[in-house]
Design a protein around this ligand. Structure first.
Ligand code: PMT
Length: 224
């Protein structure tokens, strides 16, 4: 599938899910295992890149050759880690499943069971990728869209809104795609509106294709 190199390029990959604390023992999270992001980190290493892996919650081991792994829990921590290395980076791939909202006032102590109902006020988290898109200079940005309906339409909207160079749209409700599984089913969407629809495949195989297409975009930017 893959002919393009990332030799010597600085690459940030995010993977896994972020969690937002409710109290010291409870959180709001999602089902991301980190498989997709960690497969991308491995594929980027094999393409020759210097890879920084910003890992949300995941039990997976660090792929061999990753030069830096930063473990984070909340969306804010992920934002700080990504922002820290953004300026000198050539390519960012955001496969992490990021909590869009956080609990406004996490309790200092464990919340006691008392009332019949419990309401939590939540507020919007920053959109990390949107922020990177706003500040983009030479960087190439690859985002994911985890959707359950109107996958391509919503994917295209995210690509434009977040100023991305490539968007990987996956229907996370499809069998063998999305969270947890070893396989994924994705369509790659490019800024000119062209699309590459891919069959169900192992996450590593998909990762290698994404890395190849991203490397091609980098090469094209450097020669034009
Ligand atoms: O980890 P696995 O179990 O292997 O599962 C893989 C996956 C399903 C998590 C992965 O393939 C995937 O789809 N990741 C993106 C999940 C997601 O948060 O999608 P989104 O459509 O809500 O967000 C769009 C993009 O913006 C993503 O690149 C996301 O990282 C980024 N984002 C979203 C919200 C936010 N506050 N900040 C962000 O940067």
């Amino acid at each position: 599938c893959c002919t393009h190199t990332l030799k010597g390029k600085n690459v940030i990959v995010t993977g896994g899910g972020t969690q937002e604390a409710i109290d010291p023992v409870r959180f709001i999270g999602n089902h991301s295992s980190g498989r997709m992001g960690f497969a991308l980190a491995k594929a980027a290493v094999l393409a020759g890149a210097n890879v920084t892996l910003v890992a949300g919650v995941s039990t997976l081991p660090t792929p061999l050759g990753v030069i830096r792994r930063i473990d984070v829990t909340s969306t804010y921590e992920m934002k700080n880690a990504v922002d820290q290395y953004y300026e000198d980076c050539d390519l960012v791939i955001k496969a992490a499943a990021v909590a869009d909202y956080r609990v406004s006032h996490p309790a200092q102590n464990k919340i006691k069971k008392s009332e019949e109902t419990l309401s939590l006020e939540m507020e919007k988290n920053p959109d990390i990728l949107y922020g990177l898109g706003q500040r983009k200079t030479h960087q190439t940005l690859v985002g994911f869209a985890a959707e359950t309906v109107n996958v391509l339409e919503y994917g295209m909207a995210k690509l434009k809104k977040k100023n991305l160079d490539l968007l990987v749209a996956n229907d996370v409700s499809a069998e063998g795609a999305g969270f947890q599984s070893n396989t994924n089913i994705a369509t790659l969407i490019f800024p000119d509106g062209s699309m590459e629809k891919l069959n169900k495949m192992e996450k590593y195989e998909l990762a290698a294709i994404i890395i190849d297409r991203a490397a091609a975009i980098l090469t094209q930017k450097n020669t034009s």
